[in-house]
Design a protein around this ligand. Sequence first.
Ligand code: PHE
Length: 475
Amino acid sequence: MAIERGQFSSRLGFVLAAAGSAVGLGNLVVFPVLAAKNGGAVFLFVYFLFALLVCHPVMMAEVAMGRHTQRNPVGAFAALTSNDRRWRMAGNLAILTPFMIAVFYTIVTVWIIIYFLDAMTGGLDQLARPENFGEVLDSPSLFFYFVVLQFVVFGVLLSGVKKGIERQARILMPALFVMLVGLVVFVLTLDNAIAGIRYYLVPDFSQFDSGVVNAALNQAFFSLSLGMGIMITYGSYFSRTDNIPKSTRFVTITDTSVAFLAGLLLLPAIFSFNPATNPDELSSSSVALVFTYVPQIFLSMQDSVGYFGASVAAAVFFVLVLFAAFTSLVSILEIPISYMVDEWSISRTKAVLIQGCLVSFFAIFAAMSFGMSPFFTDFIPYGGGQRSFFDLIADTFSEVILPFVGFLVCIVVSYRWRNGGMSAELATGDPHYLGSLEERYVNFSLRTFIPVILLFVFLNSVSRKYFAFDLLSLL
Ligand code: PHE
């Protein structure tokens, strides 16, 4: 194990890279759609509670695990359990999950590149046609952009933790934030925006039901990049002199604020430009929605700002989403790479190349899941329908497995990491942590109700996804 591990140059480096991972399609696309479909302000409120009280302690635990062991997820689970074989398997799950997420996330990122380029070159009216998305899914040019994307992403990863991951986040994250705030201000100045704002910010508690709870918790977990091994790995690159509680707080706040702002951007846009919108009719696939519905929203702005203005707004939106997706993609591809470097003792360059080939191999099948190949399109039946290869990995790895890995994290840090090890790690770099209210809350919650909630969410996700049955409906 003589190979040197990378390290972030500073606390800010870690924070930007971790926030870059957390801020992704989840925040900019899925969150606003879920908020629109689940009662707006009520969803927002439940989401905030979960992010703060349930997800944030899990993030602290993951970063502490990584920094303490200086290892990838497999090594971290093994090191904390005296190399217990069963726990190594848990670690393996935290490697397989990000690998599989990367497979479908790569394809979604390719679609975003195409939409961005089309919007920028004056094709917004084409993008807004209902058939357009289906045509993109079938178009061979997909593979060209796929290759370009792979070169750029793996180029960043090849440059290492500091010069690659940290540097791209330092550039893209502030740019993303500025563009997002700019777009929000622009949308809020348009006529009719107030209807959407009211729906988003004034709670109507009659909308509260089990669906809201389910959606909010799943979404908060995904959005904060938990249960994917990312925070463990990034924690392993975090300096011992730095403050974990403070840094993770910043990541949670940034991620949640971006989600909030994305809602403030899209909800008024949805309601003001298509006042007849019925939230229940929004497609159930949030990702598909961004490609079919969002261009229409931007196109309908042309009445007030002209076609050129509407195109600029759409191009800014898609480049924003592209930056967010890119930093997330980099973060998720890093996990198997760090695993290979640590556990197989191979060079980073070799690990990056192996990972590049493997992900590309599977991603091509995912890209062919939309009609190009009947085999991958009708891959497997579950949950009351025939599903594609893409659906299978997206459902399984972005929803079902995450809370389970989160549950395992809680168990390891609370019951296997001896002698208050996690508290000692979190106190390293934070002189105020030991004895604080935060410490007591984190220890208590990770030992008691958080694992119970996560286990339930896992079981319910299995039931909902594969058997189309919501356990909460039994209550
Ligand atoms: N937090 C990310 C998001 O909101 C989740 C993610 C991270 C997905 C990394 C893929 C890769 O999109």
